[in-house]
Ligand binder design. Sequence first.
Ligand code: DGL
Length: 259
Amino acid sequence: MFDSGVGGLTVLHECLVSLPHEDFLYLGDSAHFPYGTKSAEELRGLVVANTEFLLDRGAKLLIVACNSATSAGADAARETAAEHGVEVVTVIGPEAEIAAAISGTGKVGVLATPATVDGGAYRRALEEQGRGLEVIEVSAPDLAPIIQNGFPFDQSVVDTVRFYCEPLRAAEVDTLILGCTHYPLIAPMLQRILGRDVRLVTAGHAIAAKAQRILEARGLESTAEGEGDYGFLCTGDVASFRELGTRFLQMPLGDVERV
Ligand code: DGL
């Protein structure tokens, strides 16, 4: 599994819970954080590099736990992994399916990075649901870096989140997709600003379920009885990855290997 840094740990946590016997290797490409303001071409290059790296480490399935990387590079990841006979699970599709299923009014908001909004992957995925949904996208260039660097959150973080919520409130969305794996950490703020009736969509459990279906269909599921292992690699500073990562995963990270 990979992300631009620690955000994907919110997805990893769901996978650890749903697939307790599997071993996970998580790559945080923190040297290249943030992905959300990079060009599609740059992102595709990083996605291919990360994919090849994890396949070389023996991955039997690849999970792209980053919306920005998925938006620009899902096809590149699939093509690269297919050469090794490995399947890829990404974000975006599962979130769109859930949002289409639960929205009552058909007004769906997407809060995401510029790379994700500009790539149009959520708009396409929501259109494919065939419900004629009204889609309100808000591009938040500084939100992932603010969340990543913002602990403990202060009033300026709340003000920033409130600013990004204004168009969503004005459009009266009843469902909001958290289109960046960093955003589950500000779910309590979003819920207070948007109100209890707005449903917040994250897809960690749907991604874990999809991974499980693929592993079972291909006969690749772990036969181990006990808990599997999990390990961490990062391309940037190890100490800050470990410290931040512990907050995102809410579990100890142990050793982190710099790669
Ligand atoms: N976690 C990444 C995502 O889901 C965004 C963070 C970044 O900008 O690198 O899009």
